[in-house]
Design a protein around this ligand. Structure first.
Ligand SMILES: [Zn+2]
Length: 705
């Protein structure tokens, strides 16, 4: 509900500000200067220029059912140079606060001069036009005489007649990289046909040097073009990257001083070059982010694993002429943590709806009039995959064509401009949202990680949280279908882990492009999941941050799974009195152990929701997972040959994580009354940017955790 409260608060605040700061009525309505207003004439029309759009605002006319926006090209002296055209229709469902109507007029060549008028209609009966306002629209950002700033994309130089080609994208990207210290372009992978998949890494005065260092800045991510025939967002990304690279305005410097902006202009370069939805094999990449059968999605998921973006937007276009300008949708899959869903919804309904109403854009839920069964729970869709990876995020669709509310957009270039500049507005708002709400975003992420590692609650294989219509008058009149989970796709009692055979884990998979063989082991590694090698197989415990995604790929009930792995259920759920010696595999779930715990060499301990009285000691174990648990006594994990995951544990005593021999131990969100000592681990422990609360000193490899 936080979104609704914020929305109401914002409206009230706006009303208060209007009362306080609005000019006196005599000044606002200079009746003595201009002609007396006619009955029902729109008054107080204003225009404010944005990046590729102009926001018109006016005082509502009592009884109006809608408004028409008229635009006329004019010369410097104000004389018309072309016909007046109705370019927009404002309807009450366009924005959340009908008391202050606004319309973002777009679809013109930026930098040209126009005059606008607005008139109310009562049904189909037009009322008198307002007095005109005129202005010069904002030219594309960047001084044409300043090197770097003067770079332009193919789309810009051809006035939207051509989309930027792959060749031009790479040249523009390299030129930005060369000309700005704030930009590092990194190749995160290659497409099936060998095209580079680039990512802009932007920071001020320079971006952090490594993925690990970027992760510490709580970066945000924009994925600009997954469907090759939906190019509008990509053009916005390229334009935005230029401004971020060179602008010295206070906002840009402030944004880039506080985080790192990651922009992937084209994950699907082959599809873009061929103007096809899928990649060169015909695979829809936005149905592959969990399975990662394709090199493009595999590269992207590895980037998510390494850079840890905390928030993201995924850009698309939608073939619907009657939707709002900007259909959006949060990760809805029911395995996504509630905190991630809520914060994503707040970003959309709390922020985008509110700011859209100020600037004249019309964000709305994806679903849209006549949208059919879209916006559902497939975990293969990046919106859901990212949510299951604890990323606050939204889908963005650009309405693909004009229609009743954008009647001038039979003109192809104008339609393209409206789409691209509506995406640019959204991405800029996304940056501002991240800057202003970083604490809420990172708190939602931390809550999600601690929820997921606790392995509590049912597993849903397919099924969404509902998206309720925003209260009227609202931009949410057509939310997506309910998409409730079916009974046969729910597992009420989650297993502790999944166990894969050698063949399942290392067997060759040929579900990718012809000639490319990969394994489940490689895909699990790309996702970044922890796996324990046991004497007779490979065990993937659910007590880890991507718990909601793991069963969707490894359980027999998974709708689009990799394997039908064996479910491993807890071995101890009740009370255990006295010493506990773990040999082989032990999974403790909501158990109570009074006495010391000793994990033998080669054994595996997975403990969630468990209370230990006495020390927990593991020496040379195959794997140790201690999450959402309490320990009275020291915890000592040394010499582990496989994964170490100690997250959201409360330890009354010291914690030692040392000399572990596999990948980096995960030590996060713990509360420790004693010291936290980490030394001699083959890879230094990490905390996924979720800090530990440690009363004693944090030493050596854990000093900054
Ligand atoms: Zn799409």
């Amino acid at each position: 509900m936080r979104d609704r409260r914020t929305t109401i608060f914002s409206v009230l605040l706006a009303a208060t500000l209007a009362t306080t700061f609005a000019p006196a009525p005599a000044l606002a309505d200079p009746a003595g200067v201009t002609a007396q207003a006619e009955p029902n004439q729109v008054k107080n029309l204003t225009v404010v220029q944005g990046d590729g759009y102009a926001t018109l605002a006016w005082t509502p006319v009592e009884g109006a059912t809608d408004y028409q926006i008229e635009r006329t090209p004019v010369a410097a002296d104000g004389s018309a140079t072309g016909p007046a055209v109705i370019t927009g229709v404002w309807r009450p469902n366009r924005q959340i606060n009908n008391e202050s109507p606004t319309f973002a007029d777009a679809g013109f060549n930026p930098g040209t001069q126009f005059q606008w008028r607005v008139r109310a209609r009562f049904g189909t009966t037009a009322q008198p036009y307002s007095e005109p306002v005129s202005g010069t629209t904002s030219a594309p950002w960047g001084d044409p005489n300043v090197p770097g700033e003067n770079l332009r994309t193919q789309w810009e130089t051809t006035l939207a007649a051509q989309y930027t080609s792959d060749v031009n994208e790479y040249a523009y990207t390299a030129a930005l990289d060369a000309a700005s210290d704030r930009v590092r372009v990194t190749e995160i992978g290659k497409t099936v046909l060998g095209r580079p998949i680039n990512m802009f890494v932007l920071g001020y005065p320079t971006p952090p040097a490594t993925a690990e260092a970027v992760a510490k800045t709580s970066p945000l991510l924009i994925n600009c073009n997954v469907h090759g025939n939906e190019p509008g967002d990509r053009e916005a990304c390229l334009i935005m990257a230029r401004k971020l690279a060179f602008s010295n305005d206070a906002r840009t410097i402030d944004l880039l001083s506080h985080t790192t902006v990651l922009i992937v202009p084209t994950i699907n370069g082959d599809g873009r070059a061929a103007n096809t939805r899928g990649n060169s094999t015909g695979q829809d990449l936005n149905r592959d982010y969990s399975l990662i059968r394709q090199p493009e999605t595999a590269a992207f998921v590895q980037m998510l694993r390494d850079y840890h973006p905390v928030a993201s937007y995924d850009g698309h276009e939608f073939g619907n002429s009657s939707a709002g300008d900007l259909p959006m949708l949060p990760p809805r899959h029911q395995n996504v943590a509630q905190s991630i869903f809520d914060e994503s919804q707040h970003m959309i309904e709390g922020h985008m709806y509110t700011e859209g109403a100020k600037d004249g854009w019309w964000p709305c839920p994806y679903g849209c009039n006549g949208g059919g069964s879209v916006g559902l729970s497939e975990e293969t869709i990046l919106r859901n995959t990212a949510g299951l990876k604890n990323v606050v995020n939204s889908l963005l669709e650009l309405r693909s064509s004009g229609g009743t509310t954008r009647p001038d957009e039979g003109n192809t270039a104008n339609n393209r401009r409206r789409k691209t500049y509506s995406a640019l507005w959204t991405f800029n708002q996304f940056l501002d949202y991240h800057r202003a709400n970083l604490k809420e975003i990172t708190t939602a992420r931390a809550d999600a990680i601690t929820f997921q590692v606790s392995n509590t609650g049912r597993i849903v294989f397919r099924g969404s949280r509902p998206i309720e219509a925003h209260p009227a008058p609202h931009p949410g009149e057509a939310p997506p279908p309910i998409d409730a989970p079916k009974d046969n796709l729910i597992l009420d009692t989650a297993p502790c882990a999944y166990k894969l055979t050698e063949e399942q884990y290392h067997g060759a998979r040929t579900d990718g492009p012809a000639g490319r063989v990969t394994t489940v082991a490689e895909r699990i590694a790309a996702h970044g999941w922890q796996v324990v090698k046991t004497s007779d197989g490979y065990v993937v415990p659910l007590a880890q941050p991507e718990r909601g995604l793991i069963p969707l790929l490894l359980d027999g009930l998974g709708v689009e799974k990799l394997v039908d792995a064996e479910r491993v259920y807890p071995t101890l759920t009740g009370k255990h009195n006295g010493k506990l010696v773990v040999s082989g595999f032990a999974c403790l779930k909501d158990a109570t152990v009074t006495g010391p715990v000793r994990v033998q060499p080669g054994a595996t301990l997975v403990a969630t929701g468990t209370s230990f009285t006495g020390p927990v000691e593991a020496t040379g174990a195959a794997g140790v997972f201690l999450t959402d648990s309490k320990v009275v006594g020291p915890v000592r994990v040394t010499g582990t040959t496989g994964p170490v995951v100690v997250v959201d544990a409360t330890v009354d005593g010291p914690v030692v994580v040392s000399d572990n021999r596999a990948n980096a131990p995960l030590v996060a969100a713990n509360t420790v009354t004693g010291p936290l000592e980490c030394s001699g681990n083959a890879a230094a422990p990490v905390n996924l940017e979720v800090a530990n609360s440690v009363q004693g000193p944090k030493r050596d490899q854990c000093a900054s955790l």
